[in-house]
Write a protein that binds this ligand. Structure first.
Ligand code: PEP
Length: 251
């Protein structure tokens, strides 16, 4: 049985002080819930946020990581640095990184491999643009993102991987995939994982949906058999909607 996993990607929002206060509110509110909850604040907020949620069941993640151990990579952050402050989870391949910073499937794969070799948990984001969907390339795009993104990952290491299906056209736009469209994309992703790693791994892999998830649509989306949680952007930035999504998500 796959665990329900709700994650909040704060993107480039909040300064350390306000992030810590907000994170503590979330930690207090979810302490008795049986849902896996993660928050991903900006890098500079990570020390304050990890401190604020210490002892709680809230996971703190980074929004990105470098694919090298250390060295001359100006502006970058390593796995070791994250782990040193208690951050053991990272989002890799978010569509904004692909779109604005030119991250390719091959580059994303290097980060995935480096992160899991360093014992980190990874949320690998995949998803098609509207143009790719409308021109009938949905399956090819997802197959490349999964097959290249997870190249070199072993069956055992798949325990460290969560996949987030985030159709690019639904991110921050207010447009959501219909539950049945989302569920069929998730089923397809699961079939790709089954082909690559076998049926058991596919059945155990958590696949989150992301793209304008809100309290109003969370229940319907999470009720789908292949949707195991959500990666939430905008609606994770304030307490009420994020908590409503977490509560609505209980299957
Ligand atoms: C995201 O950025 O991962 C996301 C899903 O954003 P939003 O919920 O705002 O669409």
């Amino acid at each position: 049985m796959r665990e329900l996993y709700i994650a909040g990607n704060w993107k480039m929002n909040y300064k350390p002080g306000e992030a810590a206060v907000f994170a503590k509110q979330i930690a207090d509110a979810v302490k008795n819930l049986k849902v896996k909850v993660m928050i991903a604040p900006p890098f500079v907020c990570l020390p304050a946020v990890t401190e604020a949620v210490k002892g709680s069941n809230v996971i703190v993640a980074a929004q990105n990581v470098n694919d090298h151990a250390s060295g001359a990579y100006t502006g970058e952050i390593s796995c070791d640095m994250l782990k040193d402050i208690g951050v053991n989870t990272v989002i890799v391949g978010h569509s904004e990184r692909r779109q604005y910073y030119g991250e390719t499937n091959e580059f994303i794969n290097k980060k995935v491999l480096f992160a899991i070799e360093n014992e980190m948990d990874v949320i690998l984001c995949v998803g098609e643009t509207l143009e790719e969907r409308d021109s009938g390339r949905l399956e090819k795009v997802l197959a490349d993102q999964i097959n290249i993104g997870l190249s070199g990952v072993s069956e055992n290491q798949m325990e460290k991987i969560t996949v987030a299906y985030e159709p690019v056209w639904a991110i921050g736009t207010g447009k959501t995939a219909t539950p049945s469209d989302a569920d069929s994309a998730h089923a397809y992703i699961r079939s790709l994982i089954a082909e690559k790693f076998g049926k058991t791994v596919a059945e155990n892999t958590i696949i989150q949906y992301g793209g304008s998830v809100k309290p109003a649509n969370a229940k319907e989306l999470m009720a789908c058999s292949n949707i195991d949680g959500a990666l939430v952007g905008g609606a994770s930035l304030t307490l009420e909607p994020f908590l409503s999504i977490i509560n609505a998500s209980k299957k």
